[in-house]
Design a protein around this ligand. Structure first.
Ligand SMILES: Nc1ncnc2c1ncn2[C@@H]1O[C@H](COP(=O)(O)OP(=O)(O)OP(=O)(O)O)[C@@H](O)[C@H]1O
Length: 273
């Protein structure tokens, strides 16, 4: 039975008087791969920043279990945030440090583990993301896809309950992006983490997402939520259909006509049939 992990209620996101999104309400269950999607500038990264505790909502609540991220004391909030692992677009590795030193950073900062234990944990995390043996490499010596995976190893250093990704496949070729998607699913399954991903890559959305929220830039609120495949099959909102078919369909009739050629739709049909 699904267990709610994150509950967002009546959330308004704003920069000063400029409201980006209002009235956002959705639930992310434990083990979900939850996609935050929508067109450019609709507020996806802004929502992520609110969810990880970097920006305070103008209104509403974000609950992790029983605790409201913005309703608890600063100390409690910091404790909650320790349960998050975040991978930013760039991977954000320190270029002057080896991969091992990068992954070790959160461990030296937030734990009392000794150097030998840290070395062992670092190797374990790097192995988890397919980078065993790359401990002494510098970020500039490895590919973009490997840098992302090293960033992921660092995000996982403290065994987070929830992994957040901001545009994980940005800048990656399609094969590396697919490898990263596979890795995200593998980690979710093996570690039992909940995963929240900001992306507008359709292939990723359909490959890994089982739940989502769709933010609309014009109406400044969410216009759909749930399993992206179900949204594609069942939504009759032209904005949602256009997004999920790369502009090819805005009605269910368009969608039916597209079905044989559109990879995303085909993918959906294959798995259903
Ligand atoms: N620090 C800021 N101060 C004021 N406005 C901002 C700030 N950061 C972002 N915005 C505005 O908020 C809106 C949402 O930005 P955000 O980056 O969250 O959108 P997004 O959906 O992630 O966009 P993209 O897909 O292009 O990355 C945009 O109009 C942006 O210009």
């Amino acid at each position: 039975m699904a267990e709610p992990h994150i509950r967002v209620t009546g959330l308004t996101l704003a920069y000063g008087d400029f409201v980006i999104q209002r009235d956002l309400s959705f639930t992310v269950d434990r083990g979900d791969v939850f996609i935050i999607m929508g067109g450019s500038g609709c507020g996806k990264s802004t929502l992520l920043r609110h969810m990880i505790g970097l920006q305070k909502p103008a209104a509403g609540h974000i609950h992790y279990g029983e605790q409201g991220l913005w309703d608890v004391s600063e100390v409690e909030r910091a404790r909650l945030m320790r349960r998050f692992g975040v991978l930013y677009q760039s991977g954000a590795l320190w270029s002057s440090m080896t991969l091992a030193e990068n992954v070790a950073l959160p461990l030296t900062e937030y734990t009392r583990l000794g150097p030998a234990e840290i070395r062992e944990l670092v190797s374990l995390k790097l192995a988890l993301v397919g980078l065993a043996g790359f401990e002494d490499y510098y970020p500039s010596e490895i590919s973009g896809g490997m840098q992302k995976r090293a960033g992921l190893a660092r995000a996982m250093a403290l065994d987070p309950e929830i992994l957040f990704f901001d545009e994980p496949s940005a800048g990656l070729d399609p094969v590396s992006a697919k490898l990263l998607d596979d890795l995200i699913l593998h980690l979710r399954d093996s570690l039992g983490s909940t995963v929240v991903v900001v992306t507008h890559e359709l292939a990723s959305i359909f490959a890994i997402g089982n739940n989502s929220v769709f933010l609309d830039a014009e109406s400044h609120t969410m216009i759909a939520s749930g399993d992206p495949r179900k949204l594609l099959a069942e939504s009759d909102d032209p904005r949602v259909l256009a997004f999920l078919t790369r502009g090819e369909a805005t009605t269910t009739a368009d969608l039916a006509a597209l079905e044989p050629e559109t990879p995303e739709v085909q993918w959906y049909s294959d798995e259903q049939g």
